[in-house]
Ligand binder design. Structure first.
Ligand code: ADE
Length: 250
């Protein structure tokens, strides 16, 4: 039987989901609170990982090994990694890469030693369902869950869903030069964040199907920190909540 683990780094990225749970049971372990219950009739466990690859790997491992989840979805925000990917767009990962992994000359750049992989593929079925849920959300629900003024201010009228490569590292990218260098090294990059590829490695090693959904909060440039804060405060939670609701109800 399916049990879905839902991870976000920050409170605002999954706000509302814990409150929406039926029969919630709270368990604390390793400095995190895991809430077990059902979401729209799906057995689920919600948890905040905090930021960074180690925090995310720890959280994913505990979800699987201690709380028995069979599938994992990570939901949060990211910086844009491509000029066609705009603030408010949703990126559903097809694969994830750790952009700060570099064990040369022992292993090729980006390869996670002894996995033989630079890229960890997400589960196709789960990603397809999540992308469809995100499409439904952008088409039908944005105007009911967000204020009109915020929709205009963030340019969300034209928001789109993309599928492709997300890169993670223990760095908040806030310089156009840094992003440009990453783009030279990883041309098909769509978004940058700090957890997804760690969850991907854990799920690969444990054989757990997973996917990652990221809403673009900023352009990973000099304005990233300010844009990120504003986006997280106003837009992140209604997006995450409604897309997960759409996913569970499919
Ligand atoms: N998450 C959201 N924006 C980000 C950025 N610019 N760099 C890394 N992680 C992010």
């Amino acid at each position: 039987k399916m049990r879905l683990g839902i991870i976000s780094a920050l409170h605002e990225e999954q706000q509302g989901l814990v409150e929406a749970m039926q029969g919630p049971q709270r368990r604390s372990h390793g400095m995190r609170d895991y809430t077990l219950g059902t979401l729209w009739n799906i057995d689920a466990v919600c948890v905040l990982s905090r930021l960074g690859k180690v925090a995310a790997a720890m959280t994913a491992s505990i979800l699987v090994e201690k709380y028995g989840v069979t599938h994992i979805v990570f939901t949060g925000v990211a910086g844009s990694g491509d000029k066609h990917v705009k603030v408010g767009d949703i990126v559903v990962a097809e694969a994830l890469l750790q952009h700060d992994m570099d064990a040369r000359p022992l292993f090729p750049r980006f390869e996670v030693p002894l996995t033989g992989l630079q890229r960890f593929a997400t589960d196709l079925e789960l990603s397809t369902q999540l992308a469809a849920a995100a499409e439904d959300f952008l088409r039908d629900d944005v105007s009911s869950v967000l204020k009109a003024a915020d929709i205009v201010a963030f340019g969300l009228q034209h928001a789109q869903v993309h599928r492709g490569l997300i890169a993670s590292g223990d760095q908040f990218i806030s310089s156009a030069a840094h992003l440009h260098q990453l783009k030279v090294d990883i041309p098909d990059l769509l978004a940058v964040e700090m957890e997804g590829a760690a969850v991907a490695q854990v799920c690969f090693e444990l054989g757990v199907p997973f996917t990652v959904m990221r809403t673009i909060s900023d352009n990973a440039n000099e304005k990233a920190a300010v844009d990120f804060m504003r986006f997280v405060q106003t837009v992140a939670s209604p997006y995450a909540f409604t897309v997960i609701q759409q996913l569970c109800q499919r």
